[in-house]
Ligand binder design. Structure first.
Ligand SMILES: C[S@@+](CC[C@H](N)C(=O)[O-])C[C@H]1O[C@@H](n2cnc3c(N)ncnc32)[C@H](O)[C@@H]1O
Length: 254
């Protein structure tokens, strides 16, 4: 097994591990449910017209926000991910940039959405920047898709694969606070992703802990997960609905 290095090195490698896999990422990661996006927006006390998708990746969340009729700008630090986003969504303004230095003017958007990425940010400078680009009464909403581990076979699959997909800041011991914002509120939304064993394993292979794992470690974990899925009645024969939960945290700019 390769030396994983220090925690800070591993974190930095994971945060920048997605670009080489941009097209696999776009094909295999799940969307976000419409109800979750609407709940995030309803935290604003102003009409939500202009939306920033921060850490937009290949545009999974961008697409959902555009489908709700919003004018969306995408910001993403990885050129490979951003190129994939522009290929898929050529009409969306797409800018290279980081959460800690957002390339937008002051008070230029009504909502900032962050899909599956807030845990990569340096939180204090990122929230200062998010507050700067939000209009008063605007909202920041952070979303994470994760496996619905209340379903026994999903729990066992997650245990086997252990990709470390972050659930964000929902743990009671890690409440989220941000200067210049009201308190964070949380809600959860169940949904599913139509899958086969092949497509589910392809998704898992785009999670950052596996992207930075050694080839041997990655192959071993994927082989164990495949054997398990083939043995389970719910997943062993063709297509199935993979149970997911989307957690949303939202806070209003004061
Ligand atoms: C798991 S992907 C999520 C992409 C997209 N939001 C989605 O929901 O599919 C995480 C993204 O965060 C980006 N990222 C990592 N660190 C970042 C930072 N400091 N500022 C902005 N984006 C960052 C990565 O480049 C990657 O595209």
């Amino acid at each position: 097994m390769s030396d994983p290095g220090t925690d800070a090195e591993l974190r930095a490698r994971r945060a920048s591990s997605f670009g080489d896999q941009a097209s696999a990422y776009a094909r295999h990661r799940p969307d976000y449910p419409r109800a979750a996006l609407e709940w995030g927006m309803s935290g604003a006390n102003r009409p939500v017209r202009d939306v920033l998708d921060l850490a937009a990746g290949t545009g999974k969340l961008t697409q959902g926000l555009a489908d709700l009729g919003r004018s969306v700008t995408a910001v993403e630090p990885d050129p490979g991910m951003l190129a994939e986003l522009s290929r898929r969504l050529p009409d969306v303004p797409a800018l290279l940039g980081k959460a800690e230095d957002i390339p937008l003017p002051d008070e230029s958007v009504d909502a900032v959405f962050v899909g599956q990425a807030l845990h990569w940010f340096e939180l204090a400078p990122a929230f200062a920047q998010i507050r700067r680009v939000l209009r008063p009464g605007g909202v920041v909403a952070a979303l994470w898709n994760h496996d619905d581990e209340s379903v026994p076979w999903v729990l066992e699959f997650s245990r086997l694969i252990r990709t470390g997909v972050s659930r964000g800041f929902t743990e009671a011991d890690q409440p989220l606070r941000a200067a210049g914002f009201g308190p964070f509120e949380q809600d959860q939304f169940a949904h599913t992703h139509r899958r086969t064993i092949e497509s589910l394993l392809a998704t898992v292979a785009t999670h950052s802990l596996l992207l930075v794992a050694s080839d041997d470690d990655r192959d071993r974990r994927l082989a164990e997960a495949r054997a398990y899925l083939e043995s389970v009645p719910e997943t062993g024969t063709g297509e199935f609905d993979y149970p997911l939960v989307t957690t949303v945290l939202r806070a209003r700019r004061s």
